[in-house]
Design a protein around this ligand. Structure first.
Ligand SMILES: C[S@@+](CC[C@H](N)C(=O)[O-])C[C@H]1O[C@@H](n2cnc3c(N)ncnc32)[C@H](O)[C@@H]1O
Length: 404
């Protein structure tokens, strides 16, 4: 009982076992009967209760019963060569971000519906906010770092201001054209002044991010001058927004709202029992130094690097005390997460065990224990490879908990 009519194909980039697991979970979430064919890359599907919805929402299937999925079209609105960097996902070179395709699949597996609200209290570069927006789901994103809240806002809230941004870009290029390029520091000061004087906050944020990307280019010793880098970043960012606009109009996308703010996860300004789902990846204890990574951008925003470190989970203390402080902080963070999540809803944590002085730090086990004590059931526990990013960690876990 197999025919090409039923053929449903994975995206060409799906290559890891965890992706295949999530693809199967997607089919299960939509109550689809299936059979795997063709060396695990294709599936024969026999019964799709809501085919239209599946074509709109699936993350891992490029073709559903011979028809291209909506996601296959979304991922083509891409200025970069990387499949993950479509639309505004590429804005700012943030280290350790989620794979957007995985987030889309998790939203399906957790059955978060259009119009509901999802939270990421460690929003980082805003991957969850943009992915949920594309599915019509509202997102709340918070982070301790202003660089992160800025990136997340600009990625998800600039589209509404596209005509103003385009107009401002023209004004800026004529003002910047008048600046005499005698010293780089003078140019940075002049560009900062011009950006600060932009009246509409969303438009100002857009150009502030273009400037922070130029700082980041400079810190990576780009050969481009600061002025060139700022101008070309802004232009490319606008090109992506135009693609976003076209995509929204062509496919009649009903985008979800996003609310992004700076907050400490240990004290969220969110009402209790108000959130329909959480997907987050906490700081990886000692594996990644988020302040060091974004040092240039945080300094450009006026932060004192040493003072700010104390507010970041995983950066306080040293040696064993660092781990103890991390564990204490994460316990408080998870209690706060529990407070805001509604009953019967899912919370997904993506977390790995780092190695310190050749000893494994058991963050995964700690996370499972805390959630069990809070009354959650671990409904899925998926091994996920970390590909080419850290040498300190090779694997992490996708832990899906249900608040019973
Ligand atoms: C693993 S990253 C999140 C990456 C994100 N999933 C993405 O796709 O870009 C962890 C984040 O935790 C944030 N963070 C650290 N301490 C925090 C705290 N006390 N409150 C809120 N966020 C914090 C860091 O700024 C960092 O952005």
């Amino acid at each position: 009982m197999s025919s090409d009519i039923n053929l449903t194909k994975l995206f060409w980039n799906v290559q890891f076992i965890y992706e295949l697991v999530l693809a199967q979970e997607e089919l299960e979430a939509f109550n689809i009967e299936y059979q795997i064919v063709n060396n695990l890359r294709s599936f024969n599907v026999f019964n799709i209760p809501d085919e239209e919805e599946f074509i709109k929402r699936t993350a891992y299937f490029e073709v559903v019963k011979g028809e291209p999925s909506l996601y296959s079209k979304i991922t083509k609105a891409n200025l970069t060569r990387s499949i993950n960097q479509y639309l505004t996902h590429w804005y700012y070179p943030y280290k350790g971000k989620f794979h957007p395709q995985m987030i889309r699949a998790l939203l399906n597996i957790m059955k978060v519906e259009k119009g509901e609200t999802i939270l990421d209290p460690f929003i980082g570069s805003g991957t969850l906010a943009l992915e949920s927006q594309l599915m019509g789901i509202n997102a709340i994103g918070t982070d301790i770092s202003e660089v992160c809240t800025l990136i997340s806002k600009v990625k998800t809230q600039s589209l509404k201001w596209l005509p103003n941004i385009q107009e401002e870009c023209e004004n800026l290029s004529s003002s910047i054209g008048d600046i005499v390029e005698d010293s780089e520091s003078k140019i940075i000061k002049e560009i900062s002044k011009l950006v600060e004087s932009i009246k509409i906050q969303e438009v100002r944020n857009f150009f502030l991010l273009a400037k922070l990307i130029a700082h980041s280019d400079k810190s990576r010793r780009s050969k481009k001058s600061f002025k060139k880098s700022f101008e070309s970043n802004a232009e490319k960012m606008i090109e992506s927004l135009n693609m976003f606009n076209e995509l929204r109009n062509t496919y009649n996308l009903d985008l979800g709202e996003t609310e992004i703010s700076q907050a400490d996860v240990r004290n969220l300004k969110i009402p209790s029992d108000s959130i329909d789902g959480i997907i987050t990846s906490p700081p990886y204890s000692i594996a990644l130094d988020y302040v060091e990574n974004d040092k240039h951008a945080l300094s450009a925003l006026g932060y004192d690097i040493e003072t700010i470190r104390n507010e970041f989970i995983g950066l306080r203390g040293s040696g064993k005390s660092k781990i103890d402080l991390y564990n204490q902080d994460m316990k408080i963070a998870y209690q706060e997460i529990d407070r805001v999540l509604k009953e019967d809803k899912y919370c997904t944590i993506i977390i790995g065990n780092a190695i310190l002085n050749k000893k494994k730090i058991e963050t995964i086990e700690l996370t499972i224990d805390i959630f069990k004590n809070l009354g959650y059931t671990l409904v899925k526990n998926v091994d996920k490879i970390i590909f080419g990013l850290y040498n300190i960690m090779q694997m992490e876990k996708i832990l899906i908990f249900k608040k019973e």
